[in-house]
Ligand binder design. Structure first.
Ligand SMILES: Nc1nc2c(c(=O)[nH]1)N[C@H]1C(S)=C(S)[C@@H](COP(=O)(O)OP(=O)(O)OC[C@H]3O[C@@H](n4cnc5c(=O)[nH]c(N)nc54)[C@H](O)[C@@H]3O)O[C@H]1N2
Ligand SMILES: Nc1nc2c(c(=O)[nH]1)N[C@H]1C(S)=C(S)[C@@H](COP(=O)(O)OP(=O)(O)OC[C@H]3O[C@@H](n4cnc5c(=O)[nH]c(N)nc54)[C@H](O)[C@@H]3O)O[C@H]1N2
Ligand SMILES: [Mo]
Length: 763
């Protein structure tokens, strides 16, 4: 019990009644469409659903609130959304409400004992609410008083670094820019964001090797690729519209290699719901070669592939692109030398993939050079997440597969504007360039001290070195590592503020005082003085475009994110600052003007964001590595991962089910993996089960032990599954209690959510 509130940090751990079936051999098809419509109709009604779905990802409409996959230049007339986009919309545009009446009936203690699914399904937040010190119930508060309260708390800090400003990746460029500007004007760089837990490893690796922390491919490249490697990613669930792009590659004669400990249904076969064949036919086979790698052994596997390619190259030049290597890269010799450190046998054993399959991949890669590598959390969320990605870059550099059509890097982003938020200045690192542009344009001095990222700000709050926590979206408590430690950290704060659309656990596990500031969602009409406003977002491939909602807002008391940020800043400075925060928060055109002035890449934002939008500059596309050492792209000698596993231990990856968006639980099914009505499951290899005397649906507890601290997640059902021996999979956020806050990727500080060493114990 902390803060006198007996709130539950994780909610109930009881079972919901599992129904098991065989894992699916294909993704989407009729079931995808049916499920999509079921969710929207149930939450939004038929008329509202059909109106909104027709405008999702269309040029004059709004950007899907789901993932960051780009829209085709000519969107499909039928529907440019997927099952999970429809679910994201249903979740946001639900007609259910969490209003003052709801919150006066249910205390935070009661709500914290609901599951995340039940909490999320209670509806949209409708008015600003305060949880006063010592109280168990939220009560209404005016916007003005909430802004004053925040300003007051911020003024009471002895140092601006005692405040933390989190961002989740759904905020628009305009909101994120204004927020970042205010935080700097306030005087700190404590801007952790969801990227820290997500693609930070990609940003660091790509920045160091290629000079830009983003991918290089455009959507059109998928049509022209000869080989697409999909690693550590489950597009059938998390980026379903990517399957259409993969299908196109296949139809154009391309090949797909998937590298994943699981044979994910979406990578096996795709029945395109936008085509008649997707309903009645057998669909398109996607994966040609599946390399079923052991968790976190991608470097071993890639090294072996590169070694075999190097041997072929020696015999018959032409496997590697030596012109490319000598013109554009640095470090080739050291990479070749590094390959000699490990024998083929050793690498083969470590990665656990049959050699015959690896040879097929090598044979394919040897003769092709239009190669794209796509990846997501399966590569980034490990201790060596940065090196995983550097090894991918090595392969692309050897093959000269950069800066030409059909080739390049493709880190597939998560949240729909996570990349844009970064581009407009949400980062805990200091950018001297950005600081001097702010100084020049707005005439104030941004702070020059590095800020804290996600893991370090949790520690700061835990150590009582930070006292005020403000979140622009997201569900910090449930998304971060080490839920119990994070709960204690938040509860140590005097004030926690959540700018949110939906109720989540971060509204229940709070500082002494807590505020909920409800905001407009993507799909909602944002009007000011009778004029409709639009905002802009950047997709996973660096294209910036407009988004304009159309639905009636969930409540007439909602404010837009820029208005809220402007309101907080205005109350804090109370007229004593060079920036007119209130006006800026109301006028997105003015914000865009400032973005254009301060961030040169966004020049033309106001005009060029129209229609299908414009691409931000990308040096890799032009093979310009002038900002890197020697002006060259960098090869890297990557180390093998170092897992010291005892006989009784497993490596656990925490993954998403088909029915969730991060901590938002749409439903209790994971259709493609054959799970119905249950989230408390652990996927385990049959041999491991046998060895430990476990039967299907036995109940187990999971334990991790790092630095002599034992963390436990209780009550999971064992599911026999096609997963490498010694590996386990279970869902996030139920298993976040097991992830130690102080174990994270070198350089990127991304928590090790995909390689947690655990033991299992039969209950
Ligand atoms: N519907 C829906 N869409 C989403 C999200 C969502 O929750 N729901 N989340 C969004 C966000 S923020 C993100 S970041 C993305 C996440 O998208 P993904 O990264 O696809 O999400 P995960 O479920 O974490 O899947 C990780 C995949 O990597 C594999 N994997 C795990 N460990 C390893 C490994 O060591 N090596 C290899 N090769 N593979 C491994 C797993 O088997 C799994 O297939 O999706 C975005 N889109
Ligand atoms: N163990 C484990 N942990 C992980 C991961 C993992 O794979 N395994 N994945 C990590 C990854 S990749 C990510 S990105 C993070 C996600 O971390 P977050 O981004 O913090 O979490 P979400 O669940 O996406 O946040 C959902 C909440 O955002 C709010 N919201 C939704 N739309 C809007 C909006 O338009 N505006 C505002 N202001 N609020 C909105 C709603 O209140 C909703 O409840 O989690 C990370 N945590
Ligand atoms: Mo993410």
């Amino acid at each position: 019990m902390i803060n006198n509130r007996k709130t539950s940090v994780t909610g109930p751990t009881t079972f919901t009644g599992i129904v098991l079936s065989e894992p699916s051999q294909y993704a989407a098809g009729l079931a995808g469409v049916t499920v999509a419509l079921k969710h929207t109709f149930k939450e939004m009604g038929v008329t509202r659903s059909m109106g909104a779905l027709a405008k999702m990802n269309q040029k004059d409409g709004f950007d899907c609130p789901g993932c960051a996959w780009p829209d085709p230049v000519k969107p499909s007339k039928v529907a440019e959304y997927c099952e999970n986009g429809a679910k994201a919309l249903a979740e946001e545009a639900t007609t259910k409400k969490v209003d003052a009446n709801f919150l006066s009936k249910h205390s935070v203690e009661e709500l914290s004992n609901w599951t995340d699914y039940e909490i999320g399904k209670s509806g949209r937040l409708t008015e600003p609410m305060i949880l006063k010190e010592g109280s168990l119930y939220y009560e209404p508060i005016s916007w003005e008083d909430s802004f004053k309260l925040i300003a007051n708390e911020l003024h009471q800090l002895s140092n601006p670094d005692e405040a933390i400003f989190y961002t989740s990746g759904r905020s628009s460029n305009e909101a994120a820019f204004l927020y970042g500007l205010f935080v700097r004007a306030f005087g700190t760089n404590n801007m952790p964001d969801c990227s820290n837990m997500c693609h930070e490893s990609s940003g660091v690796a790509l920045g160091e090797t290629l000079g830009i922390g983003k991918g290089s491919v455009k959507l059109e490249d998928f049509d022209q690729a000869e080989v697409i490697i999909v690693m550590g990613q489950n597009p059938g669930t998390n980026h379903p519209r990517m399957l259409t792009a993969l299908e196109k590659c296949k139809r154009n004669g391309g090949h797909i290699i998937s590298i994943n400990p699981l044979a994910e249904a979406g990578l096996i076969r795709f029945k395109n719901p936008q085509e008649i064949g997707g309903f009645i036919g057998s669909g398109t086979q996607l994966t040609d070669i599946h390399l079923q790698v052991k968790i976190n052994q991608d470097v071993s596997l890639l090294k072996l592939i590169i070694k075999k390619l190097a041997a072929l190259d020696k015999e018959n030049k032409g496997v590697f692109d030596h012109d490319f290597i000598s013109t554009y890269t640095s470090g080739y010799d050291s990479v070749l030398h590094d390959l000699d450190q490990n024998s083929d046998e050793q690498l083969l054993e470590l990665c656990g993939v049959p050699e015959a399959e690896i040879d097929k991949a090598v044979e394919l890669l040897a003769t092709k050079n239009r190669i794209i590598i796509c990846w997501a959390m399966g590569l980034t969320q490990h201790k060596n997440g940065v090196e995983n990605i550097k090894e991918c870059v090595n392969l692309l550099l050897l093959k000269g597969s950069l800066g030409k059509p059909g080739s390049g890097t493709c880190p597939v982003r998560g949240h729909s504007n996570v990349q844009g938020d970064r581009s407009v200045g949400i980062m805990h690192h200091v950018s001297p360039q950005l600081n001097s542009a702010i100084k020049k344009t707005l005439n104030f001095d941004p702070p020059e001290k590095e800020g804290l990222d996600t893991v370090h700000c949790i520690k700061a709050m835990h150590d009582k070195k930070a006292n005020v926590f403000i979140a622009l979206g997201g569900n910090f408590l449930s998304a971060v590592a080490d839920t119990n430690y994070a709960a204690q950290a938040l509860q140590n704060c005097s004030l926690t503020v959540q700018i949110s659309t939906k109720l989540n656990r971060s509204h229940l596990i709070t500082g002494k005082t807590a505020l909920i500031l409800p905001t407009l969602g993507r799909s909602e009409k944002d009007t000011k003085d009778g004029k409709q406003r639009f905002f802009t977002v950047e997709n996973s491939m660096g294209k910036v475009h407009r988004s304009k909602g159309l639905l009636k807002p969930a409540s007439d008391q909602l404010k837009s994110e820029p208005e809220i940020v402007g309101g907080i800043a205005d109350a804090y400075f109370n007229g004593n600052h060079v920036v007119d925060w209130k006006t800026l928060g109301m006028d997105y055109d003015l914000i865009r003007e400032k973005i254009e002035e301060i961030i040169t890449a966004f020049k033309g934002l106001s005009k060029e964001s129209e229609g299908s939008g414009f691409y931000l500059p990308n040096n890799v596309r032009n093979l310009d590595f002038s900002k890197l050492p020697n002006g060259k792209a960098q090869f890297s000698a990557c180390k093998l991962p170092d897992h010291q596993i005892n006989e009784d231990e497993f490596i656990l990856m925490t993954i998403r089910s088909h029915d969730q968006f991060n901590t938002t639980i749409y439903g209790l099914d994971d259709r493609y993996r054959g799970i119905k009505n249950e989230r408390r499951v652990v996927f385990m290899n049959k041999d491991d089960m046998k060895q430990r005397g476990l039967q299907k649906l036995d109940v187990i507890n999971l334990k991790s032990n790092y630095n002599d601290t034992v963390r436990e997640a209780v009550n999971f059902l064992v599911i026999p599954y096609d997963i490498p021996k010694g590996n386990l999979a279970s869902y996030f956020p139920e298993t976040n209690v097991l992830v130690p806050y102080n174990h994270f990727a070198d350089k990127s500080n991304t928590p090790i959510s995909k390689s947690i060493v655990v033991t299992v114990e039969k209950v």
